[in-house]
Design a protein around this ligand. Structure first.
Ligand SMILES: [Zn+2]
Length: 139
């Protein structure tokens, strides 16, 4: 038994869910299941669980996800770089595709918000350094 592909007309097996000739999905369900991971979910995974590489597992980057899990996201640096890449739509899924439903405003907003804790830490270090310097000058 065989049928023809609605996309390219190639003769394909009746049970096939994907055309071998044009690589297109033959049912909406199969196509839906193959879509790249969503931008917002991946961004949230990267922010809250990035140190465990969860955003990489979620997007099908299994090997690098495992590497992040073992290194705690490259001590947080690698996973934070991923987070920035996701914010600016430079992050790719396991098949090299950009994430689905990217929104630039959301990406930039969340990136700026992510800088706040970093800014606070730098500010505290600055105050601490200043206090130490002043204490040193007084003694
Ligand atoms: Zn086809």
């Amino acid at each position: 038994m065989s049928k023809t592909c609605p996309h390219c007309g190639a003769e394909i097996n009746d049970e096939a869910v994907r055309c071998y000739a044009c690589q297109k999905w033959l049912t909406p369900e199969a196509e839906q299941a193959d879509k790249p991971a969503g931008f917002l979910e991946t961004l949230l995974f990267a922010w809250f669980l990035g140190g465990f590489g969860i955003h990489r597992f979620y997007t099908g980057n299994i090997a690098t996800g495992a590497a992040q899990l073992l290194t705690l996201g490259g001590c947080g640096i690698w996973s934070y770089i991923d987070f920035i890449l996701i914010c600016f739509n430079k992050f790719k899924d396991g098949k090299g595709r950009p994430l689905r439903d990217y929104n630039q405003n959301t990406g930039i907003t969340i990136f700026v918000i992510s800088l706040i804790p970093l800014g606070l830490i730098l500010f505290l270090l600055f105050i601490l350094g200043l206090a130490t310097a002043l204490a040193g000058a007084n003694s």
